[in-house]
Design a protein around this ligand. Structure first.
Ligand code: ZN
Length: 210
């Protein structure tokens, strides 16, 4: 009996519920990697699974205009914490979901929404035959919680996109346009505008490492 069937978007919550049933602590991601590869195989999507169980799934564009590929990224591992009185083996037991009104939580353990929501989002998009999108390169990395080890060992030469959307951030309705590691820099400057005569310059900075 599915617990999240009443939530929308439906596909997203279906995949989220599926992956809560797969134990996926850091260094124990083989099960979720199996699931992702089976997902891709079933839909005829090209995929790569590496030595440490990072998985990348590729999907061709569905939009008519020629568009550059977009990389989407999230991590499959989750923080494994529980209340002392709860009996739970994070290597073998599925997460027990509890629905309270519009809230989803786990029964005395972490839920794994960080970053299970990103995994579910990417799967929902890859599964959606109606969605209009450029070529997608969906990157599912391991061992984020222990120090970004998965992404550090990813062979990025298999990716051709120059635009990456990191789905591991909050708050809701904000997007991160960069994924340079665990460094966050806010730059602000008060703009003073004045009218100018003459020609304009466009300055473009690109090809950097971060
Ligand atoms: Zn995270």
């Amino acid at each position: 009996m599915r617990k999240l069937s009443g939530f929308e978007p439906r596909k997203l919550y279906t995949f989220f519920e599926d992956i809560t049933q797969i134990p996926r602590g850091s260094y124990h991601e083989a099960g979720i990697a199996d699931y992702l590869c089976a997902f891709a195989e079933k839909r005829g999507l090209r995929f790569v699974r590496d030595r440490v169980d990072n998985v990348v799934i590729f999907k061709n564009a569905t939009c008519e205009t020629q568009a550059e590929p977009v990389i989407l990224q999230g991590h499959v591992d989750m923080v494994c914490e529980k209340l002392p009185e709860i009996v739970h083996d994070f290597q073998h037991d599925p997460i027990e979901l509890v629905v309270e009104g519009k809230w989803i939580r786990a029964n005395g353990t972490t839920l794994g929404a960080d970053n299970g929501v990103a995994v579910a989002m990417m799967l929902a998009l890859l599964d959606d035959e109606q969605a209009v999108h450029p070529p997608l390169e969906c990157v599912f990395t391991v061992c984020e919680e222990t120090g970004l080890e998965g992404v550090l060992s990813l062979d990025t030469s298999i990716l051709s996109g120059r635009t990456l959307i990191n789905l591991d951030d909050g708050p809701e309705f904000s997007a991160v346009a960069s994924s340079a590691g665990s460094v966050r820099i806010d730059c602000t400057r008060i703009a003073k505008y004045e009218s100018v005569q003459g020609s304009a310059l466009a300055v473009r900075i690109g090809g950097l490492r971060g």
